[in-house]
Design a protein around this ligand. Structure first.
Ligand SMILES: Nc1ncnc2c1ncn2[C@@H]1O[C@H](COP(=O)(O)OP(=O)(O)OP(=O)(O)O)[C@@H](O)[C@H]1O
Length: 262
């Protein structure tokens, strides 16, 4: 049973998650999870190692089936009025609309420019001026433009880890997503790069819906509007971050937030 500090009305939801279950073989990793993710807000998914944070995040754009072919998912994730698990869903479209940024920056072995232009080119955009504009806009939105505008044709690997992560965010933004899923996007970065990513997340939410997995409770407190607390595959509590951190509804949430368990 989930305790809800708040229920996001469906009219304001970018994603509606209903009775979601995920199994890896016999391992029941996500157990009957129901919650809504509000548009243009940041939702954090927190909980101890192995509780299912990454699995629930990847369920939101059907990435689990890419990572683990033996995965089985039931329930619904409704995006733009349709269940993304319906048979006729166009997966490349879905993953363009719901982009993903991973824990370790994973730029392609290409130039900075070509990393960002990659998705638009696959979509068939060839005109150089159009691509130039998309690359510039995406790098600006990812707060990286000023640092790279004079070296767009250098290898992405010449960038620092924090810059590479912002490049991966720019690459995700270049295909005009609605939602950005971020799996521990700062955990491999130094404190200054982490702050930059957190600032960026704050800016992104005026145009995008962000869902972030973090094992770092303080980070969830700094960046998110809503928090979903998971424990052994179950959604224990969902609510506004400020309220949950101030006055959790469940004892287990309180024990986790105060470091007594986890
Ligand atoms: N690709 C996979 N194949 C099989 N089992 C998996 C896979 N990914 C996760 N699992 C299992 O699903 C459960 C939830 O794991 P998940 O990685 O989603 O948790 P997590 O909270 O993100 O953990 P962490 O904080 O350690 O990354 C665990 O029992 C894990 O072993």
């Amino acid at each position: 049973m989930t305790a809800y500090g708040v229920q996001i009305p469906e009219s304001r939801a970018a994603l509606i998650v209903k009775n979601l279950n995920v199994w890896y073989g016999k391992n029941h990793a996500i157990k009957d999870v129901t919650f809504n993710i509000e548009k243009n807000r940041v939702t954090a998914i927190i909980g101890p190692s192995g509780c299912g944070k990454s699995t629930v995040l990847r369920a939101l754009n059907r990435m689990n089936e890419v990572m683990a072919p033996e995965v089985r998912t039931t329930g619904e994730v409704i995006f733009e009025g349709k269940n993304i698990y319906d048979k006729n869903v166009d997966l490349p479209w879905l993953r363009r609309k719901i982009g993903m940024v991973f824990q370790r920056p994973n730029p392609f072995p290409k130039s900075i420019y070509d990393n960002v232009a990659y998705g638009p080119r696959i979509q068939g955009i060839k005109d150089k001026k159009t691509l130039d504009k998309i690359v510039e806009d995406s790098l600006k939105k990812a707060a990286l433009w000023d640092e790279v505008k004079d070296r767009l044709h250098e290898s992405a690997f010449a960038l620092s880890g924090g810059q590479q992560q912002r490049l991966c965010i720019a690459r995700a933004l270049a295909v005009k997503p609605e939602i950005l899923l971020m799996d521990e996007p700062a955990s491999a970065l130094d404190p200054i790069s982490t702050l930059k990513i957190e600032d960026l997340i704050n800016e992104l939410k005026s145009n995008y819906t962000v869902v972030i997995v973090t094992h770092n409770i303080q980070q969830a407190g700094r960046v998110s509007d809503y928090t979903a607390f998971f424990w052994m595959g179950e959604l224990v509590e969902f609510g506004s971050t400020a309220e949950m951190f101030e006055k959790p509804l469940e004892k287990l949430t309180e024990d986790y937030l105060t470091g007594r368990v986890g």
